[in-house]
Design a binder for this molecule. Structure first.
Ligand code: TYM
Length: 342
């Protein structure tokens, strides 16, 4: 069975990048795959979080998952820390992965900033925990945005090295082909795998950008969405009619990609319709489309965020179902590395 695992950090509101880069694929995959969607609270504390804020953010992000269309009847929805196997497997995989591999992670370099010695150990080993999230369920497909690609390559490297390091034990455990951890396939696809800031087409849209005008939050109201799009940075040329004309025009590239992703139309079709015309005409159409698509999601998110009891019950149920899959895999992993399992 193809099995999907993916997650988002509960640090602040979800934004358009999360939605177009990952969530749209998560929603579609529910109908064709067995899906496990996690709120990665343990990843969140790699940078200090106020406990009260974190508790609220876990519920808020779960509410957003549900409002976007994740269905707890189809998919397993849970928060990472309620399934202790993630942390346990991360220890073993941390003994498989190499320091040199972690030293190449560009996200650590960005997040740690200048003073690397002052970053938390957790921020450094973050990708190992992410590998444990995925491998601990024998997940085969991981839908994410472009920025997670390097972390997924690390997860594949760890899976392959574990399979080689423990080849004999793995075969003795009943995995005749010697594959205990299947290297997961990244699933990075769609017209908006890397959504850029509305204020600067060369910077990624992110929760940590100090300017709220740089992103569309899934809880923004209609007026705010329209205002942010009207204020979005553009250049002075009319939109091109062909894809090639987007080269060297990051803002035009970003906004037309967002339109294509939100409308479900191809980029060619979008450029066919708006190419040659003024940016202002296109921006009005984009604002209408974004309000129509995101407005209802935002309303439903706020409604669910107020119903904390329900959201927490979804997480409890999801955690039990997640544990039922992870526990037997963890038991095998302990056996394979030579621990005594009584
Ligand atoms: P996080 O919380 O930063 O982002 C959640 C998802 O949103 C995608 N994303 C974007 N996609 C396109 N354009 C953007 N500007 C943009 N910003 C964010 C991310 O690629 C991601 O898919 N390490 C992960 C969480 C994680 C995880 C996992 C993912 C932990 N364990 C296991 C998959 C499998 C992260 O910090 O995502």
């Amino acid at each position: 069975v193809p099995r999907v695992f993916s997650g988002m950090q509960p640090t602040g509101n979800l934004h358009l990048g999360n939605y177009l880069g990952a969530m749209l694929n998560w929603i579609h995959m529910q109908d064709t795959h067995e899906c496990i969607y996690c709120v990665v609270d343990m990843h969140a504390i790699t940078v200090w979080q106020d406990p009260k804020e974190l508790r609220r953010a876990i519920v808020d992000v779960t509410a957003a998952y549900l409002a976007c269309g994740l269905d707890p009847k189809k998919s397993i929805i849970f928060n990472q820390s309620q399934v202790a196997e993630h942390a346990e497997l991360a220890w073993i995989l941390g003994c498989t992965g190499r320091i040199g591999w972690l030293n190449r992670m560009t996200q650590f370099k960005e997040k740690a900033g200048k003073d690397k010695e002052a970053a938390s150990v957790g921020l450094y080993t973050y990708p190992v925990l992410m590998a444990a999230d995925i491998l601990g369920y024998h997940a085969t497909h991981v839908p994410v945005g472009e920025d997670q690609k390097q972390h997924l390559e690390l997860a594949r490297d760890i899976a392959n090295k574990f399979n080689i390091d423990y080849k004999d034990a793995i075969e003795a455990s009943g995995f005749a082909d010697g594959v205990f951890f299947v290297p997961p396939e990244p699933y990075i696809t769609g017209p908006a795998t890397r959504v850029m800031s509305l204020r600067d087409g060369t910077k990624k849209m992110s929760k940590s950008d100090p300017s709220d005008l740089s992103r569309l939050n899934l809880t923004d109201d209609a007026d705010t969405i329209a205002r942010k799009i009207r204020k979005a940075k553009t250049d002075t040329e009319p939109l091109p009619t062909e894809k090639d004309g987007l080269k060297g025009r990051p803002e035009a590239d970003n906004l037309t990609g967002i339109y294509a992703a939100l409308s479900g139309e191809s980029l060619e079709k979008v450029l066919g319709q708006y190419g040659g015309g003024q940016f202002s005409v296109f921006k009005n159409a984009l604002a209408d489309l974004a309000v129509a698509r995101l407005g209802p999601v935002g309303e439903e998110t706020k409604r669910l965020q107020a119903d904390r009891g329900y959201v927490e019950s979804v997480l409890k149920d999801g955690s039990e179902r997640a544990r039922a899959i992870a526990a037997p895999i963890m038991r095998k992993a302990r056996e394979i590395v030579g621990f005594i399992v009584s």
